[in-house]
Design a protein around this ligand. Structure first.
Ligand SMILES: Nc1ncnc2c1ncn2[C@@H]1O[C@H](COP(=O)(O)OP(=O)(O)OP(=O)(O)O)[C@@H](O)[C@H]1O
Ligand SMILES: [Mg+2]
Length: 259
């Protein structure tokens, strides 16, 4: 059997991030080293203000680290300028923001079709319509964000993030505004679409049951990422994983976490 030598989809190497506001400094991440294999789903949990959203912004190249490196499919984001980062997001990353970030002047359909149009993909509106139907918004295609409930806007944001079948899906509390029934539906849909497309999912959530459905859970606290609340056995044998066999023992230093 041949072993693929593809790099992990995500590599965080000695990553550091802090914000300074006046004379105070907030250390958000300190010397964090983590790999995530292609196709893996990883939940990131942690207290409010611990840096979960900041971590997603780093992964999307929307924030620059103070130290260390972020590599996506082996590409160091530090080596990319603004335009190249925008291209990378357009082609390979889907982001569901905590606060939706829908364009208020566009309808639901236009919001979802936009990333496909920018990428010059054919049949943008048909694909957008199908994705909106899948999130239960087939009857809201022509509503603007101000004419939709919070949960409906969140589902538009989910459809927009998934419509171009990204390799990496970053989701920040994607079901935080949904009622139990719609939340359950959207959670199922998210995993279904992730499995279907083979995307790598990084999911920020406070919902431990939701987190537990991921292959792996990381817990962010005091600027460190810890492995756990639980870890499930990989769905595929280790030797089939794109980055090679799993490490037999977790490294002891540098907070390197086994994939
Ligand atoms: N641009 C910024 N300037 C200064 N401080 C910031 C900035 N963005 C975030 N912070 C601070 O960094 C810390 C981490 O913020 P972040 O939004 O990543 O937390 P979070 O874990 O996503 O929280 P929540 O669960 O409430 O969404 C917080 O203390 C926040 O106040
Ligand atoms: Mg947040």
């Amino acid at each position: 059997m041949s072993v693929s030598t593809s790099p992990p989809l995500i590599q965080l190497q000695q990553l550091g991030l802090h914000y300074t506001l006046g004379s105070s400094r907030i250390d958000v991440l300190r010397d964090v080293t983590v790999n995530v294999a292609a196709g893996q789903s990883v939940a990131v949990a942690g207290p409010s203000g611990s840096g979960k959203t900041s971590l997603l912004l780093l992964l999307a190249g929307l924030e620059r680290p103070a130290a260390g490196r972020v590599l996506l499919e082996g590409t160091d984001l530090a080596g990319l300028g603004r335009d190249a980062l925008a291209d990378l997001r357009r082609d390979r990353v889907g982001i569901i923001f905590q606060s939706f970030h829908l364009l208020p002047s566009l309808t639901a359909l236009d919001n979802v079709a936009l990333p496909l149009q920018i990428a010059g993909r054919p049949q943008a509106f048909e694909a957008a319509r199908q994705m909106l139907q899948r999130v239960g918004l087939g009857e809201r295609l022509h509503h603007h964000p101000s004419q939709m409930s919070g949960g409906e806007q969140q589902r538009v944001a989910i459809a927009r993030a998934l419509v171009h079948r990204p390799r990496l899906l970053l989701a920040d509390e994607p079901t935080g505004n949904l009622d139990d029934t719609t939340g359950a539906l959207v959670r199922d849909l998210l995993f279904e679409l992730q499995r279907e497309s083979g995307a790598t999912l990084v999911l920020v959530t406070h919902d431990l049951a939701f987190a537990a459905r991921c292959d792996r859970v990381l817990y962010l606290r005091e600027a460190q990422l810890h492995e756990g609340l639980h870890e499930r056995a990989p769905a595929r044998p280790a030797e089939d994983r794109p980055h090679g066999p799993a490490q037999p023992h977790p490294p002891q230093a540098g907070h390197a976490l086994p994939v």
